[in-house]
Ligand binder design. Structure first.
Ligand code: MG
Length: 252
């Protein structure tokens, strides 16, 4: 992993500017600072300024775990592509596919409540139902190893086998046919006629983009992490304004 704000990083950004590139960003922890109350997350003035300027010059996208409606209310600016729910909501998604994903989640939930409800309740694991995924939370559980073993036992019973994304004290499961940030970004590039892309993110779900291993995508993680598949890193979230500014000034 290399630091982006170096000569090598700048050269990589300049290469993108020569192509028809898509500039895509995660929201929380990337464009917006992480705040303790998620409903208070906003774009800082300089980020908003440079992001708007970039969006006027080149295709841009925001790909977030938030719902599309929530995201729209926070961006309040002209970004052609807003993608919510880790890729499951946005202009690229057809209603039939969404229906299928919802039905899979409903089936899983039924199996969980039929066979594991008592055990889960006893261990303190909470099952959160989202429209396009289920989340097993064990943040407040004392016997964490036992909770993880139980969750893993439940997850292996789910059919079709889910895609699993581990978070902090949470196990997220998604239907295999559901979009994720990586597939959503590729589809977004295709729709916008882009041959290359930049993607910046800070979290586990952003590894779905970093881990594509697609040489056309310049991958950047906010915060250095050796196990990440991203090619570059930024030291802190506030550096995103500088990246946007570099892109805008190079876009002239
Ligand atoms: Mg994030």
């Amino acid at each position: 992993m290399d630091y982006l704000l170096t000569d090598t990083g700048r050269e990589n950004l300049e290469t993108l500017l020569k192509e028809r590139s898509l500039y895509a960003f995660d929201f929380d922890g990337t464009l917006a600072k992480i705040v303790s109350d998620p409903s208070a997350a906003r774009l800082e003035r300089s980020v908003r300024f440079w992001f708007e300027a970039l969006a006027k010059r080149a295709p841009t996208a925001v790909i977030s775990g938030r719902s599309l409606e929530d995201l729209r209310s926070r961006i309040e600016t002209t970004v052609p592509d807003l993608i919510g729910n880790h890729g499951s909501e946005g202009p690229h998604v057809v209603p039939e596919a969404v229906q299928q994903v919802r039905e899979t989640c409903r089936g899983w939930l039924q199996l969980i409540s039929d066979r594991f409800q008592a055990e889960l309740a006893q261990s303190g694991v909470l099952v959160e139902t989202k429209s396009y995924s289920l989340s097993f939370h064990y943040r407040t559980v004392d016997r964490r190893d036992e909770a993880r073993a139980l969750i893993s036992r439940v997850v292996t019973q789910l059919s079709p086998s889910p895609r699993i994304v581990l978070g902090k004290s949470v196990v997220n499961v998604m239907p295999p046919s559901a979009w994720h940030k990586g597939t959503a970004l590729l589809e977004c590039m295709r729709r916008r006629g882009c041959t290359t892309a930049l993607y910046v993110g800070d979290d586990e779900t952003d590894e779905d983009v970093f881990g594509l291993g697609d040489h056309r995508i310049l991958t950047v993680r906010v915060g250095k992490k050796n196990t990440s598949s991203a090619r570059f890193f930024l030291k802190r979230q506030t550096e995103i304004a500088q990246v946007l500014r570099l892109l805008v000034e190079g876009c002239n």
